[in-house]
Design a protein around this ligand. Structure first.
Ligand SMILES: [Fe+2]
Length: 262
């Protein structure tokens, strides 16, 4: 494992990404296999050695079936191996919340993260807080542990961090995008994320990478900055420890105990 030194200390350049659009030709992320391979090269250089691929699932869209996604992931994993890229892949969806989500899941059309109870859920940026809160309650009632995707992109959350704490107290987990932490969404959003980090109210760092030009999976500066400002153990948790439990264990929906995956 690489160790890097920033102003404060040396730290592990390592991350497990739970949110990215690296799978080719299935959503608004990577367009083709070449772009996906380039994204994996960027990720690997940046210390990312595991990625959960999370193509969008939106009720209003035509969504690729889990079988198609799985087949394409296997192709990508084997092409990556041929290129000597050592990034381990798993599969999930980023689901835009909708009221028939439970039915679609039961029909086998929606994927949780790596077959666990974790469901990556996104909301429209202008969604109303009561809508978000009721939706999270609904998802928890279905037996999932929701992970709120890029909390900083939901305006009602940025307007009042107390709402983040409320969702967490209900059992929701929180993901932030590395690029947004680095200021892509402006100073106000960065300040909001810093406040959440001070309270250790972020559970996962994600790239939400979409391509190899603008929204790229490069987290080097972000990790350096995080290790500079926050407790090392906490940064390791959000960079890879929490995500590794999703990679290595199966918490099946509705079960109380962790089950080791094969
Ligand atoms: Fe995304």
């Amino acid at each position: 494992m690489f160790r890097f030194r920033n102003e404060k200390n040396s730290y592990e350049l390592r991350m497990t990404d739970i949110h990215c659009h690296v799978l080719p030709g299935v959503d608004d992320g990577s367009e083709d296999m070449d772009e996906s391979l380039e994204m994996l090269r960027i990720a690997e250089k940046s210390g990312i050695d595991r990625m959960i691929l999370t193509p969008h699932y939106k009720a209003s869209h035509h969504n690729a079936s889990p079988e198609t996604l799985r087949k394409r992931m296997e192709e990508l994993q084997s092409e990556a191996a041929e290129e000597g890229i050592e990034v381990e892949l798993a599969l999930g969806n980023e689901v835009m919340y909708f009221s028939e989500l439970g039915e679609r899941y039961d029909e086998g059309k929606i994927l949780t993260l790596n077959g666990t109870d974790r469901l990556l859920v996104e909301f429209h940026p202008t969604a109303d807080y009561m809508y978000v809160r009721n939706a999270i309650d609904d998802v928890i009632g279905m037996g999932f542990t929701p992970i709120l995707a890029h909390v900083e992109r939901v305006e009602c959350m940025v307007a009042d961090p107390e709402r983040v704490y409320e969702l967490r107290s209900m059992g929701c987990e929180i993901q932030m995008n590395a690029a947004d932490y680095m200021g892509v969404m402006g100073r106000n959003v960065r300040k909001f994320l810093q406040e959440l980090l001070d309270e250790e109210a972020i559970d996962y760092l994600g790239t939400d990478a979409h391509d190899c030009r603008k929204r790229i999976p490069d987290v080097r500066k972000c990790l350096s900055d995080l290790y500079d400002r926050y407790d090392d153990e906490y940064v390791m948790q959000i960079a890879y420890k929490n995500a590794d439990t999703i990679f290595e264990h199966k918490r099946v929906r509705g079960s109380e105990t962790d089950e080791q995956s094969e």
